[in-house]
Write a protein that binds this ligand. Structure first.
Ligand code: ATP
Ligand code: MN
Length: 479
């Protein structure tokens, strides 16, 4: 039986009274044939296990190497050494699984680079950095459910496989069981998907929103939280081919209600992590501070990780229109000195460099941009009176750019149908979506928060592949 063991996190917070305890975990280091630092993933801190010199035979001691797994029984005592308050004086040490030091890639002597650790993603959880990152990821996911549960939202599971490709959010991955070498064809040579598994062409979803809207039309407030897929070939530090998205969808909300919800949601998540993952955040803050020191002074961020999060907790997001954003960019020194790589004028889909200028240089805080040109946004966004813009809102944050994309949805059937026609979206296939506008349509709104982008913001990590356990990106699907 293994269940008598106590986790390291709990032991480190226990008052030592020479009580007998059992601890299990992996060896981080073994010094002087005497001091074992053991970690079981419950916290970034290791537990020191002391083996009495001479009390164990050499054969056993040789097997206590970095990465080996141990079962240790002993007394919990006040630590004699510096750096920890308690330690375990071992009475029995059992090696559960050996770990050949010649072959184990995670020798902690030199800090391995994040790039290297990505290649051994199956082991990287055992490092301090990834331990902290993935405990925070767990906490964030939990906080998301808690936030919506407290507000009475219904968690709706929208499908991963969809037949609608009308969303236009990105390139889609096809789902098929047809043979690649010789698929059935129609007379005109096109592939005959009526013979495919679902009797039609299907894809992996890029968003649960359209189905989410169906739920909101009955439960008033729903949210989805699941994986979404985009086959966009963008090899950036902010894009994945498989990422998780949180998509609340609310009936009886206008754009302002939507912004208020998104803003309080982001604050709630930060507050939760600040309260529940302090140690891990402090570790990552330290890590980031060291990384910043490597950069030229001009590129360093003004705030440390914890200060940045505190700042977001204590300050309202700036709210501006797209038109104002473009004006700010056109007036900016960066524009005048031709520092932007991409063109700036009314109508552009702002690039990351523009978004980051607004939040990092101009406002120095998160910004919500509303009223985007309709031509760069999806068909379902509610048209504004001016005939040019839609009731969209993107939230931009320092270091990342877009973290949330949302809008008030077009609830007026004629206007929605007219927009779909303009964009050549087949209304016939979307009959179920249009039905929501036929049968008791209501003003409603929603947004999508990219979970990994939120993770980047909270952890201060800079590459999105380092905040998801097993990243899927162009040419990369190991593990
Ligand atoms: P971007 O312009 O940054 O590519 P987008 O406009 O395609 O984003 P939306 O379609 O509005 O994004 O998706 C909603 C949210 O999902 C975004 O705000 C972002 O947080 C996240 N997101 C979008 N694409 C990706 C991706 N490829 N990988 C990770 N997160 C993403
Ligand atoms: Mn995109």
């Amino acid at each position: 039986m293994f269940n008598t063991r106590v986790k390291v996190k709990e032991l480190l917070a226990t008052t030592p009274q020479n009580q007998e305890v059992t601890v299990m975990g992996w060896v981080r280091t073994f010094r002087n044939n005497q001091f074992i630092a053991i970690n079981d993933g419950s916290t970034n801190n290791n537990l020191q296990v002391v083996v009495e010199l001479g009390a164990y035979d050499d054969q056993l001691l040789k097997k206590i190497t970095t990465g080996a797994s141990l079962k240790v029984t002993g007394q919990l005592i006040a630590s004699l050494g510096k750096g920890q308050s308690v330690e375990v004086k071992a009475s029995t040490v059992e090696v559960l699984g050996e770990c050949n030091p010649e072959k184990y890639p995670l020798q902690l002597k030199n800090r391995p680079s994040l790039e290297y650790l990505r290649e051994i993603a199956h082991l990287r959880f055992r490092t301090n950095t990834f331990g902290a990152v993935f405990r925070i990821r767990h906490s964030l996911a939990f906080a998301i459910h808690q936030f919506f549960n407290e507000k009475g939202f219904v968690y709706l599971h929208t499908p991963v496989i969809t037949a609608s490709d009308a969303e236009g959010a990105g390139e889609m991955f096809k789902v098929t069981t047809l043979p690649f070498d010789n698929p059935p064809r129609k007379e005109d040579g096109a592939i005959d998907f009526s013979e495919d598994f679902f009797g039609r062409a299907t894809n992996l979803t890029v968003s649960g929103q359209l189905e989410g809207e169906l739920g909101a039309m009955a439960f008033s407030e729903i949210y989805t939280f699941g994986p979404t897929f985009r086959a966009e070939n963008s090899n950036t530090a902010r894009h994945l081919a498989e990422f998780w998205m949180i998509e609340p969808e609310m009936a009886f909300y206008d754009l302002e209600d939507n912004m208020n919800l998104a803003e309080s949601f982001i604050r709630y998540l930060i507050d939760y992590v600040m309260k529940h993952n302090r140690e891990d955040l402090e570790f990552l803050a330290q890590r980031l501070a060291e990384e910043e020191k490597q950069k030229p002074v001009a590129e360093r961020s003004e705030l440390g990780l914890i200060e940045k999060l505190e700042f977001v907790l204590n300050n309202q997001f700036e709210r501006i229109t797209y038109t104002e954003a473009i004006d700010i960019l056109l007036q900016s020194p960066a524009y005048k000195k031709k520092k932007f790589q991409y063109e700036v004028k009314w109508g552009i889909d702002m690039q990351s460099e523009h978004e980051r200028y607004l939040v990092e240089k101009h406002f120095k805080k998160p910004v919500i941009v509303t009223g985007y040109p309709k031509d760069i946004k999806a068909f379902y966004m509610r048209q504004n009176e001016d005939g040019k813009t839609v009731a969209a809102m993107d939230i931009l944050v320092p270091g990342i750019g877009e973290i949330v994309g949302g809008s008030q949805r077009e609830e007026r059937l004629e206007l929605l149908e007219q927009r779909m026609e303009e964009l050549h979206i087949p209304a016939k296939e979307m009959w179920w979506y249009l039905d929501t506008r036929r049968f008791g349509s209501v003003p409603h709104a929603g947004f999508g928060l990219g979970f990994e982008r939120m993770m980047l913001f909270v952890t201060g990590m800079t590459n999105i592949r380092d905040v998801i356990a097993f990243p899927r990106a162009p040419k990369s699907a190991e593990f």
